[in-house]
Design a protein around this ligand. Structure first.
Ligand code: ADE
Ligand code: ZN
Length: 326
């Protein structure tokens, strides 16, 4: 019976989480104080009142305010280590976190502070918590491609710690195709590739990410359901989707969790995974996403197990690591 099934103990990978989106309200207030950064919130209540979103854009505007409190290597270390510890409690054995360099460097934060802080947190988490993973370097689709090339260039001293190039930011009106050359550069560095597509944007953005960016995974991708041929292609080619149920409801991609297409996508044969996206903003880490989606959609234990196993399949990890995780 579903009631006695406990997703916590099931080994899983988290593949779609923005490290800046793991900044819990308490930490946001603490970091603002210690770094003397002015923020539009005086209390936890102010923050919680601001965390009501109508779409992706309205969320991003709040998220871009929140991340301004991140300034030092210590901030990035503490943020990442706290996330990895919390994820480990959810049975996450491998986490690939998105980081967006330009969101920090444009504020004058040295890129080394970002990369060294996050790298040190991963090193400690690996030895203390037995969790592996790495970074997905995210470029911003609403900015010129030159910024994206510069981010890749800037990351070259840390290129071995970067698992993949990612594409994020406001999706509507920003088709992925213009980043084709940027993604070609990433492939030349032996990085994997992934892109947010089909979150709010049309199915053709998913197709474009596959054909022009040659991504290994699609982040979100839930809009693919409007294009049956694309759905069949995703299933046939085994291109994973990193779905984020609570994010989709918070940003009104679906009116309620009961209307989410996670279960239908799974039954159509897609390699669907469950992820938190920005857990500090959307009300839950990965297990909360599993539990709430399972409750709303009536997911069986077997379905939840296949979602968890898909995350290990879709992870950028070698076969030895995958075997050890299972
Ligand atoms: N950055 C952080 N969360 C995001 C999301 N859900 N879509 C696009 N960009 C993001
Ligand atoms: Zn995301």
């Amino acid at each position: 019976p579903v009631q006695s099934f406990d997703i916590q103990a099931v080994p899983k990978a988290e593949l779609h989480v923005h490290v800046e989106g793991t900044l819990e309200p308490g930490m946001l207030l603490d970091f603002a104080r210690r770094n003397d950064v002015a923020i539009p919130y005086r209390s936890m209540a102010d923050i919680l009142a601001a965390y009501r979103f109508s779409d992706l854009q309205s969320f991003l505007e709040v998220y871009w305010v929140g991340l301004t409190v991140l300034r030092t290597e210590r901030d990035f270390y503490e943020l990442t280590f706290a996330y990895l510890s919390r994820a480990r409690e959810d049975g996450v054995v491998h986490a690939e976190v998105y980081i967006t360099p330009a969101d920090h460097t444009e504020r004058g934060v040295p890129f080394a502070a970002v990369m060294d802080g996050i790298s040190a947190a991963y090193a400690d988490a690996r030895s203390q918590l037995d969790i592996t993973g790495g970074m997905i370097l995210c470029v911003r689709r609403h900015k010129p491609v030159e910024e994206a090339f510069a981010a890749i260039e800037m990351a070259s001293p840390w290129r071995d710690r970067v698992m993949a190039l990612g594409l994020g930011g406001p999706e509507k009106c920003y088709p992925p195709g213009q980043f084709a050359e940027v993604f070609a550069r990433a492939r030349a560095l032996d990085w994997k590739a992934t892109a947010h597509a089909g979150e709010e944007g049309p199915p053709r953005y998913v197709t474009e990410a596959i054909d022009r960016l040659r991504v290994d995974r699609i982040d979100h991708g839930v809009q693919c359901e409007a294009d049956p041929a694309l759905m069949r292609r995703l299933a046939d080619e085994g291109i994973p989707l990193t779905v984020c149920p609570l994010s989709n409801v918070a940003l009104k991609v679906f009116p309620a969790l009961e209307q989410h297409n996670l279960r239908r996508l799974l039954h159509a044969g897609l390699c669907v995974t469950v992820n938190s996206d920005d857990p500090a903003y959307f009300g839950g880490h990965v297990n909360e996403n599993f539990i709430r989606a399972a409750g709303a959609l009536g997911l069986t234990a077997e379905e939840q197990l296949s979602l968890a196993d898909n995350s290990l399949k879709a992870a950028f990890m070698d076969e030895d690591r995958r075997k050890r995780a299972r």
